[in-house]
Design a protein around this ligand. Structure first.
Ligand code: AVJ
Length: 333
């Protein structure tokens, strides 16, 4: 007898056929998701996965973050892609299929697909409606490109549609999204990307480097309060997903660098005592108690290339900006 649940088995069969697993209706959590959210909220140190930032409003708020003066990663990475575009295209070679987990607004995909003359693009994102609009705009900008959207949670594995060509793939993972995972999870995700790339493909990945703490902390606690709104919005999203009654305005945004783990941590801190209820349960929070909502790891370049080699990539080539704030690495399968 196998211990695998019928649903997990269905997932496996669908994966084998190259089909995506069934998605619950938008805005309602599946049983697994609900269990994961509530278990996190009930831990002694309450926690919520950063993937719950990204409902429609959260995706829009994140886009606003990328334009903030304090938030350097997006514009530093874009400048790297432009400045070293020729060398990056050379390292990548003639990629045919660009696959972007967590594609979001597909802005970077447009530049990259043009740069490497891709014929196919597959964007994967947990915020499926937001992604579909972005893909529609991408098709207008690059009419020759076969572009498609896959709505999925990449931490549960990326299931590609069956007709995605299996040669010369480039997995594109920009924006320092890898920083959301702790190093063992990051390694597992990089191994999964190595599998997606097949034996003649590669990975082009952007990640954030350690730097002055004041620069880091300002980037995650901006003067206009956009990051604070982004952090609190996770509670509104969770309210819709599990039927809880969090009052987002009662939670303070906290963001600080943890030097021991080399990561920015974001938390929501109860402004006063909170009684939160959801169907079947709830939790009381004392004033000052926190929900840990995000980690954003900052890797020194040699540590990150070591991780890529552990994940099964062979050659790596890196580009960084003059200030040494951000890095882009191409890793060959
Ligand atoms: C999307 C994970 C790259 O860690 O910088 C931005 C998310 N959180 N501001 C990051 C984020 C707060 C972002 N990543």
């Amino acid at each position: 007898m196998s211990a695998v649940s019928p649903l997990a088995r269905l997932d496996g069969v669908l994966h084998h056929l190259g089909l995506a697993p069934p998605q619950p209706p938008a805005g309602v959590a599946s049983a697994a998701e609900r269990g994961e959210i509530l278990a996190g909220l009930l831990q002694p140190q309450a926690a919520l996965s950063p993937k719950y930032f990204y409902d429609q409003r959260g995706s829009e708020l994140f886009e606003a973050i990328t334009r903030l003066p304090e938030y350097y990663p997006t514009r530093t990475e874009r400048a790297l892609l432009r400045r070293h575009g020729h060398a990056i295209a050379q390292a990548v070679g003639p990629a045919r299929v660009v696959i972007e987990p967590g594609a979001g607004n597909c802005d970077k995909a447009r530049e990259l697909c043009a740069l490497v003359r891709a014929t196919h693009f597959v964007g994967v994102d947990i915020s499926a409606d937001y992604l579909r609009d972005a893909i529609a705009r991408l098709r207008v900008a690059l009419p020759g490109l076969h572009a498609r959207a896959v709505g999925a949670d990449i931490t549960r594995g990326v299931h590609l549609p069956p007709d995605v060509p299996g040669a010369r793939r480039l997995v594109f993972y920009p924006g320092s999204s890898i920083g959301n995972f702790d190093p063992p999870q990051a390694l597992a995700l990089l191994r999964h990307m190595r599998e997606l790339a097949l034996d003649d493909g590669g990975l082009l990945i952007g990640f954030d480097l350690p730097k002055d703490v004041a620069v880091l902390e300002a980037a995650y606690d901006d003067a206009a309060g956009v990051t604070a709104a982004f952090n609190r919005n996770a509670l509104a999203h969770v309210n819709r997903l599990v039927g809880s009654d969090f009052v987002p305005a009662q939670w303070r945004h906290r963001a600080f660098f943890n030097p021991h783990a080399s990561r920015i941590e974001m938390h929501l801190e109860a402004a006063g005592p909170q009684r939160v209820r959801w169907p079947g349960g709830g939790r009381d929070f004392a004033a000052g108690e926190r929900i840990h909502t995000e980690n954003s790891y900052k890797y020194p370049l040699p540590d990150f290339t070591a991780l890529l080699h552990d994940a099964g990539f062979t050659r790596t080539q890196a580009w960084t900006d003059d200030r040494g704030w951000f890095a882009m690495v191409h890793a060959q399968a």
